[in-house]
Design a binder for this molecule. Structure first.
Ligand code: ADP
Length: 636
């Protein structure tokens, strides 16, 4: 019979598995058991909602069998099984979670084979220890069974076969022992028992194996026990359950090590990286539940796309009801992974009915508080970790604040970090306000593409001379934050580029008014010379040592203009520009004389000053060659 070929990417992974001189070969067993458990989950769930299945929770089990003579190791389950088509789909390609993730990681760093041990690589890991892998499976509801078989990269076959029970047997023909590798150890009961304990203890179905044991021979009936005779022993076999079946989240916190919590996370959520924090929760009350939550260190590659699905795994009395229950986690914390287990949900509830269920709402509100508390604690005690967190998910927190008309701002505002111009690091709003000098009345911020750019702002120099800190916002969503919050700790936000900075004393204000009056014709001249490019010119006392500056008018900032230009070019609007001048600057003084003495030259001055204001505002110069001509003309 013609062999079918593996898909290209699968073939690559398979190659790697077969040829790996891999020290963690033993994880293959965990992978097979985990697949078996998933398959049982599916049928157990079906059994809850469909009487016809006729199975109870106690009926499910995973069996491990060995045949030492033939070198066979079998992992069997009575789960949902696979149809012929599913076998081809699932075992012929890597499209599935574990293996696929693995491949992604692999692309980044081809040489680091050791990552295999860090998280699930799925079914293919069987080829690390087996020459031939045979899968017999009968799907629930079907009469026919099928056999999938492969000896590695040259392909696989699928043929009909006999199987009386529903479920799947995965049969490994172990590789022959070599000088370096003893594959036959996977036939030894103690080795297998240890591996199950080590990796699969929490699996919620019994993992059973026939164990050879020894006991003292009973004294035959009617005979007296002979005290002097050495006791005689006999061997017998007994089916034993190897795992404790208590999932990590059901165990009391004190009984679980951090390492165990981490391992569970990696196995369950296929994350190569260690989580930043775990939160083990046990609640008794209006709703009784246990939860185990994790805060990842890195955003999944699809996190900021619409493909990403948030949600926690939901169990009810040991049966998994839903893989990603969205109602358990609010959007702003959608990066949180974990499980929730409650007996308070009716067991034969349908997935649809779970939506907007009252108990789930209570749990979700509760979890939200716990997550926030955990994050604040990390912010306080483990700032480096918090910065890692914020680098990965800060954007999500910001979206959370800006969305729903600021409904969640009180919950989320203390989680924010912004770059402090003074401290040269990320700080919280609270830290900013606490450090404000008495004379400072507002929270100052500036938005732009980079810190380097923002440091050039004339207004920043003025503030920094006064000893006031400025928050530099360099991410596109940032500017929505002050607009949504409006105030923090009763201090309002002032945008360096657009708002009155409230820095001038009454005298200074008077002087500015006087200067404005003097400059009235000059300002008009500037506007006409610039030919519609500005809506107005005005005198500003806030420019420090700079001659000019551009500010937007009408509420939108230049950064927002750029943002909308990027995300939605058709709808983008032009922001009106106001040219501010510093009347004290020598160039402006010169300009004033030129306006009467040499209007043509004054016009050129106006154009150059405008171009410089564009540069400072990080805006493109509209006609660069005209600008250089202008400069060169004056230099020549
Ligand atoms: P993953 O478990 O990460 O999805 P695997 O490569 O381990 O990836 O398995 C691929 C798919 O094959 C599974 O998603 C499942 O659909 C199917 N499968 C594997 N083992 C079994 C099993 N024992 N019973 C039913 N289906 C299985």
């Amino acid at each position: 019979m013609a062999k079918k070929q593996f898909k290209a990417e699968s073939k690559r992974l398979l190659d790697l598995m077969i040829n790996s001189i891999y020290t963690h070969q033993e994880i293959f067993l965990r992978e097979l058991i985990s697949n078996a458990s998933d398959a049982i989950d599916k049928l157990a769930y079906l059994a809850l909602t469909d009487q016809k299945v006729g199975m109870n929770r106690e009926d499910f089990a995973i069996d491990i069998r060995v045949d030492k003579k033939l070198g066979l190791l079998t992992v069997s389950d009575n789960g949902i099984g696979m149809s012929q088509e599913e076998m081809e789909q699932n075992l012929g390609t890597i499209a599935k979670s574990g293996s696929y993730q693995f491949k992604k990681e692999l692309d980044k760093d081809q040489t680091d084979v050791d990552i295999i041990g860090q998280f699930g690589v799925g079914f293919y890991s069987a080829f690390m220890v087996a020459d031939t892998v045979t899968v017999l499976s009968r799907k629930y509801g079907e009469d026919e069974a099928h056999m999938w078989q492969s000896s590695g990269t040259d392909g696989y076959t699928v043929t009909p076969c006999e199987k009386t029970t529903v479920g799947t047997d995965v049969i490994l023909k172990l590789k022959a022992d070599t000088d370096d590798e003893k594959y036959s150890r996977f036939l030894e009961q103690f080795e297998l028992q240890n591996l199950v304990k080590k990796y699969s203890d929490y699996i919620r179905y019994p993992i059973r194996m026939e164990m050879e044991k020894s006991r003292r021979k009973p004294t035959p009936e009617g005979e007296e026990e002979d005290k002097d005779k050495a006791p005689e022993y006999e061997t017998y076999t007994e089916i034993e359950t190897l795992n404790s079946m208590v999932p990590v989240w059901q165990k009391p916190k004190k009984d679980v090590t951090d390492e165990e919590y981490e391992r569970f996370y990696r196995d369950k959520f296929y994350d190569f990286e260690k989580p930043l924090a775990h939160i083990a929760i046990s609640v008794e009350g209006a709703v009784t539940y246990k939860a185990l939550l994790y805060i990842p260190a890195k955003a999944p590659y699809d996190f900021y796309t619409k493909d990403f699905k948030k949600g926690l795994q939901l169990y009810s009395s040991g049966v998994m009801i839903m893989d990603r229950c969205e109602d358990l986690i609010p959007d702003h914390f959608r990066f949180v992974r974990g499980v929730v287990d409650t007996a308070d949900l009716s067991l034969n509830i349908s997935r649809e009915m779970l939506q907007h269920n009252r108990q789930l709402t209570i749990i979700s509100n509760n979890l939200e508080k716990k997550i926030k508390a955990e994050l604040l604690e990390m912010q306080k005690d483990r700032r480096k970790d918090y910065e890692t967190f914020f680098a990965a998910f800060g954007r999500q927190i910001k979206f959370g604040i800006a969305s729903d008309y600021g409904m969640h701002k009180d919950l989320l505002q203390d989680l924010l970090l912004f770059y402090s111009a003074k401290e040269k690091k990320q700080i919280t709003l609270k830290e900013y306000v606490d450090a404000m000098p008495e004379a400072q009345k507002h929270i100052y911020y500036a938005a732009g593409e980079s810190v380097g750019r923002l440091e050039q702002l004339p207004q920043y120099q003025r503030l920094s001379d006064k000893g006031f800190d400025v928050l530099f916002m360099t991410e596109d969503v940032d500017e929505f934050i002050p607009r949504t919050l409006m105030t923090y700790a009763e201090k309002d936000f002032r945008n360096l580029a657009t708002d009155d900075l409230d820095l001038s004393s009454d005298e200074e204000k008077k002087a500015a008014e006087a200067a404005a009056a003097e400059w009235k014709d000059g300002l008009e001249f500037l506007k006409t010379s610039l030919d519609g490019r500005i809506v107005r010119a005005e005198v500003s006392p806030d420019l420090g040592s700079h001659p000019v500056c551009l500010i937007p008018e009408g509420g939108m900032s230049f950064e927002m203009e750029k943002y909308f230009q990027r995300v939605n070019p058709e709808m983008a609007m032009k922001v009106d520009k106001v040219l501010q001048i510093n009347p004290e600057h020598p160039v402006l003084k010169k300009l004033r004389t030129l306006i009467t003495e040499d209007p043509d030259q004054a016009k050129r001055y106006a154009q150059i000053l405008y171009a410089q204001a564009l540069i400072l505002a990080d805006l493109p110069i509209e006609d660069a060659s005209a600008y250089t001509d202008l400069i060169c003309g004056m230099m020549a």
